[in-house]
Design a protein around this ligand. Structure first.
Ligand code: SF4
Length: 455
């Protein structure tokens, strides 16, 4: 479910919870206790906050992008993504008009791709209704795609000084520990209650700093999974969990439903030029619309892979095992085995899809080092370079704009195709993988076999 929808659904569920009765704890005593938090917290934040690009220039657009990006991404990992995103798409108008392929490329590796799609949808709404600006109203922010109470509170307070809390997992943990609450923080009613309590104690003159200070405390001091750094905590004297020695037992969070497991056989299918086959995923559902390594359901043997590929009219040379990988999504785990497969595209008819004359001409205009993906020299081999670190191309959009039309046609042709076929595969070299195609991080376990070692 998209972030905003999830948050909005949580609101409804909360109303239902509240009818059943209020969660454990609370009351006037807790509210009084929380009033003591802002002063020491803000003093600490002033001297200890991390220098982050969106904090140093908290323009509404930048705050919005950073908040959406950081919902499922660590701050350190998010910095480079953020810088690249706002460089390519510096304002609401640029985002509203962004090419979908570029958007996915900018989001590649962050996961939860609907967040990026919702950003673009919301930008479209801002163009229509608000003159290309974020609305300076909590209620109007809440109406935008992908924005729920947390995000509206964060943007509203940081960018516009609106006095609204922004309660995320960090804040739930911190408040649960300060108050030694044993309520299940996965419940919408518990979140709602904490929102109301924080709303009542937020300083009117620094709502953005207050929200960020709570989040920051949760991120770098009041840590999850293991011992919090209570000795560094500005509110240690006020923390009931610490006083009771139960800080590591809190917060209480009911385990999620078990994920289902899917077995997959993933192919690193290389043509004679060392380019790798990609297949477009369905336009709906998990990783919708992204490019992936072609795969079969189940764990297939080498012989079965050969039979299945040849049954599709894809000629196979040597097939080699490429190890195993696992990727965990929120509701499903992929357990994958991989094979390196050498295929022959023969006449090169497929390679025209990737390396037609247009690219070659464009590359000439950009200097000779941009054509690695379309070179006649093999750029991938059985001994393709090792590595695997995520490569962030410096200027993907420059390359993307040139091939925009071709990408659009490719996308239309492949949309909703079932399993891949000889006709729906495209072959991409190192440069195109770096600059054009957004391959989900689910396949990162096989990157060492990509052209150029997946750098
Ligand atoms: S004292 Fe420890 S448990 Fe309590 S809020 Fe601070 S870091 Fe968290």
């Amino acid at each position: 479910m998209a972030e905003g929808k999830r948050e909005k659904a949580a609101e409804k569920s909360c109303a239902a919870d509240e009818k059943k009765g209020s969660p454990q704890g609370g009351g006037a005593a807790d509210q009084e206790h929380l009033k003591k938090i802002p002063d020491p917290l803000l003093n600490w934040y002033t001297g200890n906050r991390r220098i982050l690009p969106w904090r140093e220039d908290p323009a509404p657009y930048r705050v919005w992008i950073s908040e959406i990006m950081l919902q499922q991404t660590r701050v350190e990992a998010g910095k480079a993504y953020f810088q690249r995103f706002v460089k390519e798409l510096p304002d609401v108008e640029a985002l509203a008009n962004a090419d979908d392929e570029l958007l996915m490329k900018l989001w590649e590796g962050l996961g939860y791709y609907n967040r990026a799609r919702n950003l673009k949808k919301a930008a479209g709404v801002m163009m229509e209704r608000y003159g290309g600006r974020l609305p300076a109203s909590y209620e109007e922010l809440l109406e935008l795609p992908g924005i729920g109470p947390y995000t509206a509170g964060a943007i509203g307070s940081i960018a516009f000084g609106i006095v609204r809390p922004a309660v995320d997992g960090n804040v739930l943990r911190v408040v649960s520990r300060i108050l030694a609450r044993k309520d299940d923080i996965a419940k919408a009613s518990v979140k709602k209650k904490i929102e109301a309590e924080l709303q009542a104690v937020m300083p009117q003159d620094r709502p953005g700093d207050f929200n960020q200070a709570l989040m920051e405390l949760g991120a770098i001091v009041c840590l999850p999974n293991g011992a919090p750094k209570c000795e560094e905590c500005p509110v240690a004297e006020l923390c009931r969990a610490r006083q009771a020695g139960i800080q590591e037992e809190l917060p209480v969070k009911k385990p999620k439903k078990e994920r289902r497991t899917e077995e997959k056989t993933v192919l690193i299918l290389m043509d004679e030029r060392g380019r790798m086959a990609l297949s477009r995923r369905h336009s709906r559902g998990l990783l919708s619309g992204l490019w992936e390594l072609p795969s079969f359901e189940g764990r297939l043997s080498e012989i079965e892979v050969r039979q299945r590929l040849e049954g599709k009219g894809i000629p196979c040379g040597e097939i080699r095992p490429a190890g195993q990988a696992k990727h965990i999504f929120s509701h499903v785990e992929w357990h994958m085995i991989g094979y390196q497969v050498r295929t022959e595209t023969g006449s090169g008819s497929q390679s025209e899809g990737c390396c037609g004359g247009r690219d070659e001409g464009q590359n000439q205009g950009r200097g000779g080092d941009r054509d690695a993906g379309c070179s006649d020299d093999p750029v991938g081999s059985w001994d393709a370079g090792r590595g695997g670190a995520l490569h962030i191309a410096e200027e993907p959009a420059v390359y993307l704009r040139d091939v925009e039309e071709r990408r659009r046609r490719e996308a239309e042709a492949r949309e909703d195709s079932a399993e891949f076929s000889a006709e729906t595969l495209i072959f991409a070299g190192e440069r195109e993988l770096a600059d054009v195609y957004a391959v989900p991080s689910a396949f990162r376990g096989f990157r060492e076999f990509f052209p150029g070692g997946g750098r």
